[in-house]
Design a protein around this ligand. Sequence first.
Ligand SMILES: [Zn+2]
Length: 266
Amino acid sequence: MEDFNSETDSDYTSYWRDWFVSSRGNEYFCEIDEDYLTDRFNLTGLNTEVPYYQYALDLVTDVFDLDADDDLREQIEKSARHLYGLVHARYIVTTRGLGKMLDKYKKSEFGKCPRVMCDGHPLLPVGQSDLPNMTTVKLYCPKCEDIYNPKSSRHASIDGAYFGTSFHSILFQVYPALNPEKSVRRYEPRIYGFKVHAAAALARWQDNCREDMKARIGDFGLAQKFIEDSESEDEGFEYGEEYSEQPAKTEKVLGDTASGRMDLGK
Ligand SMILES: [Zn+2]
């Protein structure tokens, strides 16, 4: 945005999209094809969403030709960025759009997961709403399946609707082989080497639930592989002495799960 000189008319005619995606802070966006932008079907409904819609579209497609004052230009420019973002959310779930975003994902252009146990897995941009002006863009880690705030404030102010709520899920539907093995390794709080009682009991309960879930998934013939399952040297969770006399009470855990209560072993 800083590089764009709105004073000179000629700048409007020189590849607006190229400028937009290469501007600082717009690194999450890929370039939308000309063909996609000029097909009115793809823009259905956006004319009511974007002020100065036609001028904004002209600007984005490099056919802007209006002798407007600086104020109006600024408004149109703002509209053009908004329009680009809204079309972007639609474009990135198309075959070509997915491919472009995939390239960026492979190069970790959206950043890496800050969670220690994810070992810097690449992130994907995600919106928490498909409607604009609701929430800003977040970053999704497919390994721990959680979302994070972008590190840079320039990225943190981007509207989440420019990426949408479904993009990352569609990406892994289309490219299932790229879905990483899920992380089950987790941080275990300790006090001078001793496991913290409540946290250890909670982890035990969660482990039981997971084993139960895996058994149920297995009953349906679906296999979910967890990456750490193969690591035998992983010490994982060990039951404390006080629990050893209690065998795994599957029925009890099931009941507790259903009622939403949690037995902390007291
Ligand atoms: Zn992660």
